[in-house]
Design a binder for this molecule. Structure first.
Ligand code: 5AD
Ligand code: SF4
Length: 443
């Protein structure tokens, strides 16, 4: 049987796409291998969100070639956002590649590979045939995991001035309600208990129900919570500008929604938010957080920051630091701004020295880490509902799971518990993980 090897970088959307592509390859008759040297098909799913992510793609391809890591005659396929953005150029820059596919054409990969093998042609298909993708994918497989991603919408039409996603993943479109609910039922029937609804901007979900009526994101949350077996719901990514009162009400009504939310703010300065075309200001962000905390006083809020956006002054940056203090974020992903081809921000004047940007990033990360550590310490002695993912990476005698606020906790317990929710008392706080003791009696 022919074997394929797949490596995925970037966001959850990519992880989801790859898991569906794996299902499709297996359905087509391929076997997945973790060993690239024995693969007949090598697939690299890429990310273009920042420059480093993009460079990494070509470095990886040439490193594989240089070290002769793949088989002679293996079909090398590149997908994801770098493929989408560069298209034909990938073939020119990386002569070992024969298939270039985009986020919306993953379902065509097996056919493209077959054609390459039979004709020797090199193929590029980075088009956006929107809805088609989901119609051609087989039912998802949980592969023993208790948590699964489900894409509810694709693409993005927000056009934040720094972001490449609207160009690489195309315009926003929502999957139908029925399709989403069926996919979730298929997963819960396989033992999945935690559903992570994903999309570039989940709040603007507006899919159709079977009568052709539009369903909002808040309505979708109630539908998902109504499915038997769904015990925990997470969703990413939310945009503060369309975080409605109805979504906040869903947090009040639905205990299945995890007590943690990722709500990217990007910057604390109104001037910079405007230049970023984020369509909300600092006060609107604080207002959403305040209203969320009215219904879930102890909710954990994580975020994304971009530091050193063109024109960001020291005063702007102090506004960001002030916002960190005001909101008391839990964790954050923070990056130095990276100009992306064809985006409006790439044309903006940027006089800030890199050193200054690095200093700002360092200060910001130190403040956030401090807060995250404080939240972790406050968890000491508390009992947490933990979904057991598997054995601990460090110690195979131990189990590893995730708390509601997305922290990894390691504890002693029987492997039979993998895939179920348990209650764990937190006994120790380490830099990146927690330690705990299993509470026998479920509460
Ligand atoms: N430069 C730096 N960070 C970026 N992000 C998106 N585009 C850029 C860019 N050009 C960050 C944002 C977004 C996260 C997924 O990546 O913070 O929320
Ligand atoms: Fe990019 Fe903004 Fe869309 Fe997020 S909302 S994917 S940052 S354009």
């Amino acid at each position: 049987m022919n074997k394929f090897f797949i490596q995925t970088w970037g966001c959850q959307m990519n992880e989801y796409d790859s898991s569906r592509l794996i299902d499709l390859m297996i359905n087509t008759g391929y076997e997945q291998t973790e060993d690239i040297t024995e693969a007949d098909v090598v697939i690299l799913v890429t990310c273009a969100i920042r420059e480093k992510a993009q460079d990494k793609v070509f470095n990886q391809l040439f490193s594989w070639q240089h070290k002769k890591q793949y088989k002679e005659g293996a079909v090398i396929c590149v997908g994801g956002c770098v493929a989408s953005q560069e298209g034909e150029a990938v073939l020119k820059r990386a002569p070992m590649v024969s298939v270039v596919f985009g986020p919306q054409t993953i379902h065509r990969v097996p056919n493209m590979v077959e054609k390459v093998v039979s004709t020797g042609e090199r193929l590029v298909d980075v088009s956006f045939p929107e809805v088609e993708k989901f119609d051609f994918l087989p039912s998802p497989k949980s592969r023993g995991h208790a948590t699964a991603f489900v894409t509810i919408m694709e693409g993005c039409s927000n056009f934040c001035s720094y972001c490449v996603v609207p160009y690489t993943r195309g315009a926003e479109f929502s999957r139908n309600l029925r399709e989403i609910l069926d996919e979730i039922r298929t997963l819960t029937a396989q033992g999945v208990k935690e559903i992570n609804l994903i999309g570039q901007n989940v709040n603007s979900y507006n899919g159709k129900d079977e009568d052709g009526n539009t369903v909002t994101f808040a309505e979708l949350l109630y539908h998902v919570a109504g499915i038997e077996g769904v015990e925990r719901i997470r969703f990413t990514t939310s945009n503060p500008h369309d975080f409605t009162d109805e979504i906040i009400q869903a947090f009040a009504d639905l205990p299945q929604i995890a007590n943690a939310i990722h709500l990217p703010v990007q910057n604390g300065s109104d001037r910079i938010l405007k230049a970023m075309n984020r369509k909300y200001d600092r006060n609107r962000y604080i207002d959403v957080v305040t209203r969320l905390r009215q219904v879930r006083p102890d909710i954990y809020i994580s975020t994304d920051f971009i530091v050193g956006f063109p024109g960001e002054t020291d005063e702007d940056f102090e506004q960001t630091m002030d916002l960190i203090e005001t909101v008391k974020f839990d964790q954050s992903f923070s990056f130095i701004y990276s100009p992306r081809p064809n985006t409006p921000a790439a044309k903006m004047e940027d006089k800030t020295p890199l050193m200054t940007k690095k200093e700002r990033l360092y200060r910001l990360q130190a403040a956030i880490n401090n807060q995250a550590q404080q939240y972790s310490r406050e968890m000491l002695g508390s009992v947490q509902k933990v979904l057991v993912d598997g054995l601990s990476v460090r110690d195979a005698e131990e189990l590893s799971g995730r708390t509601d606020n997305n922290r990894t906790v390691n504890f002693k317990g029987s492997p039979e518990l993998i895939g179920s929710f348990v209650y764990v008392k937190i006994t120790d706080v380490l830099t990146h993980t927690l330690r705990g003791e299993l509470i026998e009696e479920q509460q």
